[in-house]
Design a protein. Structure first.
Length: 148
């Protein structure tokens, strides 16, 4: 099956900035007990997004990548070098994280880019750089898999 190509954009591009992504991640539901929180949820999620974009494919790789980052990467997240979440901290968070809440937070981040544009004929699309993991998503009837 082949995906239908999307025509090039003819309207204004509305980027999703790190600041808007961080703000949206901050709206995700906190699954941890208040007394258990060492790192802010938005910081851990944004750090995870950055690590995945840097091709870190496991929770261990994400934790190790975070531990090697300097202040330039960690400070905007409210983290400090030498004090980043370890693998077990990330793993416990991911096990408790509500997928629907995270999905809603990410939809908030791209809402401006996904808003209908009356100047675009034939509809509008949101492009997200990246690829689906092979075999991870099922093809829908008559088309490509739907990416969350």
């Amino acid at each position: 099956m082949e995906c239908t190509p999307v025509p090039p954009p003819s309207a204004t591009v509305v980027p999703v900035t790190p600041t808007s992504l961080f703000a949206a991640l901050a709206t995700a539901q906190e699954p941890r007990r208040r007394a258990s929180v060492t790192y802010p949820l938005a910081a851990m999620l944004a750090l995870t997004v950055a690590a995945i974009l840097a091709n870190q494919k496991s929770v261990l790789a994400i934790a190790q990548w975070a531990a090697r980052r300097g202040a330039a990467v960690l400070a905007p997240l409210g983290l400090t070098p030498g004090h980043t979440p370890c693998q077990s901290t990330l793993q416990r968070l991911f096990a408790k994280l509500d997928a629907a809440s995270l999905s809603a937070a990410l939809q908030t981040a791209v809402a401006a880019a996904a808003a209908p544009d009356p100047t675009v004929r034939g509809g509008q699309a949101v492009a997200i750089a990246g690829k689906a993991q092979r075999g991870r998503l099922r093809f829908q009837k008559g088309g490509c898999p739907v990416h969350a």
